[in-house]
Design a protein around this ligand. Structure first.
Ligand code: B12
Ligand code: SF4
Length: 457
């Protein structure tokens, strides 16, 4: 039954690729469908699809972007705004909350998502314009909204954190949302959507413990959605939106192979092109063939590094000797493959980066048209094992604004690694930071040259 309480949800997880290319925020899709079913009037703003905001961000005009989002929020006249954040967008969320409150002090602001899950007290104390943080899956969101609307005490609403009379209040966590995870979501509450490439995450948490990864920060327990729920979800999105592509966004859809096989055997045939993320050690001929037969044409794998010392530092043992034979197999089935690498560990050396470039050149030479290579610079995200090592002073970080200049996002808002993780790079064990920074910049330049040269051929 409708209750006429207006809620606006905003996702700030910006990607600079191109307008509308990112999957609409799955977090917002879940939350909005869940709230709509309970009678709320919900609108979702995903900045990767909001043309004016996206253009401002591309021009690095953060102030205008924030004002534009806030203007849109005002025009929707909500009772409460929920913001979904990654660690990289917490400062963005704080600025937006400030602007929203400037326009209308009575609107409640709530922060959620992986960015909000670590150190909620620090975030709330830093930003008085954020009224609440919800940790976990958001099952208790309606209870919080209702309590506020009816001016009741917040009491024991699970996962909710706030500051009252200077005192930090933290209710017990609710890591796995039973109700929200059984919701079959849609994108009907999204405004300004450019195009729809659905993203589905069939699990929460992960059984592996890679040192840089944040997946287990929000979801401390591994949890797999029932396969019939996932199939209902896939069918609903295909029937409603006829998408060209549909992306399975679990960091590895192959963590549970029995589940995977059952799921893909029941996926609708001749509907969308499917894509998946997987770990190299989980991929084999049978998996590739079965996936191909079920209409999968794209795979993304985190290879991370060719340097065994780095892989040990990442707590990720990947059988690199399998890489070339797996790429050959994927080629046979004409899979598009994206391989991602991480540079910037304390153990990288000029020589190890050079070896890495040679290996990447080999991959590009042999599989040019089918393989895309992506590089990420190592970041210590709050709550990860690397972050704990940094807090325990086992490893150090240094400010490296210029490395990220071309992709500045909101990196200059803060020089605190918690609030601006993008500003910081690891100190190297062998060379001083300014030299190490040059190694990284040179590596990125060289990789881009290799890619251009080989693609051009
Ligand atoms: C899809 C995705 C993206 C998409 C996002 C598209 C979009 N429109 O959102 C794109 C490609 C843009 C992206 C980019 C990046 N990503 Co990403 N991404 C993911 C991925 C694979 C899935 C996220 C997802 O949909 N999960 C499923 C949903 C249902 O779960 P959820 O987001 O946690 O949401 C639930 C709860 O948290 C809660 N909730 C969430 N928001 C809110 C808000 C409110 C108000 C409430 C009450 C509750 C609530 O309720 C939701 C429903 O239950 C995750 C990995 C993962 N498995 O989560 C990484 C992940 C989130 N990404 C990560 C990273 C590092 C990045 C990049 C930095 C990568 C890079 N090098 O550029 C960029 C950062 C972009 C930016 N500007 O900040 C890290 C985040 C680390 C961190 N601490 O922030 C993750 C966790 C991956 C990892 N292995 O560590 N990413
Ligand atoms: S990087 Fe992937 S495999 Fe490693 S813990 Fe994170 S989700 Fe799991």
């Amino acid at each position: 039954m409708k209750n006429n309480i207006k809620i606006v949800l905003v996702s700030l997880n910006y990607t600079s690729r191109s307008l509308g290319s990112a999957t609409p925020s799955t977090a917002l899709a879940y939350l909005s469908t869940f709230l709509r079913k309970k009678g709320y009037d919900v609108s979702c703003i995903d900045i990767n699809h909001f043309k004016e905001v996206f253009d401002y961000l591309r021009e690095k005009n953060i102030t205008k972007a924030i004002k534009r989002i806030s203007k849109k929020v005002s025009s929707l006249d909500p009772f409460l705004v929920g913001i979904s954040s990654f660690s990289s967008t917490i400062t963005f969320a704080m600025e937006l909350a400030k602007e929203i409150k400037l326009n209308n002090k009575s609107i409640y602001t709530v922060l959620g998502g992986v960015g909000a899950a670590t150190k909620p007290e620090l975030i709330l104390r830093e930003c008085e314009n954020l009224d609440f943080i919800i940790k976990g899956d958001g099952d208790s969101f309606p209870l919080l909204i209702n309590s506020l609307f009816q001016r009741k005490k917040i009491g024991n609403v699970s996962g909710v954190c706030y500051i009252k009379n200077g005192k930090y209040i933290k209710n017990n966590d609710l890591s796995v949302g039973k109700e929200i995870n059984n919701t079959i979501f849609d994108y009907e509450s999204f405004i300004e959507l450019q195009r729809i490439t659905p993203g589905i995450t069939t699990s929460r948490g992960c059984m592996f413990k890679c040192s840089y990864c944040s997946v287990n920060v929000v979801h401390t327990k591994c949890f797999q959605l029932k396969s019939d729920i996932v199939l209902k979800q896939v069918n609903k999105l295909i029937n409603m939106y006829s998408p060209k592509n549909l992306l399975f966004q679990d960091d590895s859809l192959l963590n549970n192979k029995i589940y995977f096989k059952k799921l893909i055997s029941k996926l609708p045939k001749n509907s969308a092109d499917f894509a998946l993320y997987a770990r190299l050690d989980q991929v084999n001929h049978e998996i590739i063939k079965d996936s191909y037969d079920s209409n999968f044409h794209k795979i993304m794998m985190g290879i991370e590094s060719f340097n065994p010392i780095n892989l040990a530092f990442f707590n990720k043992s990947i059988p690199l000797e399998k890489l070339f034979s797996t790429l050959n197999l994927l080629d046979k089935f004409n899979f598009k493959t994206e391989l991602s690498f991480i540079i910037g560990t304390p153990y990288d050396t000029k020589e190890s980066l050079e070896i890495e470039r040679k290996e990447i050149e080999k991959i590009k030479m042999n599989h040019s048209s089918n393989v895309k290579i992506e590089h990420n610079i190592l970041i210590a995200y709050p709550g990860t094992k690397l972050w704990n090592m940094y807090e325990n002073k086992e490893i150090s970080l240094f400010k490296a604004f210029d490395i990220f200049k071309k992709d500045e996002k909101l990196s200059k808002y803060s020089s605190n690694p918690f609030f601006s993780p993008f500003n910081f790079v690891f100190e190297n064990k062998k060379v001083p930071s300014h030299i190490f920074r040059n190694y990284l910049l040179e590596h990125l330049r060289e990789i881009s040259n290799i890619t251009k040269r080989i693609n051009h051929k």
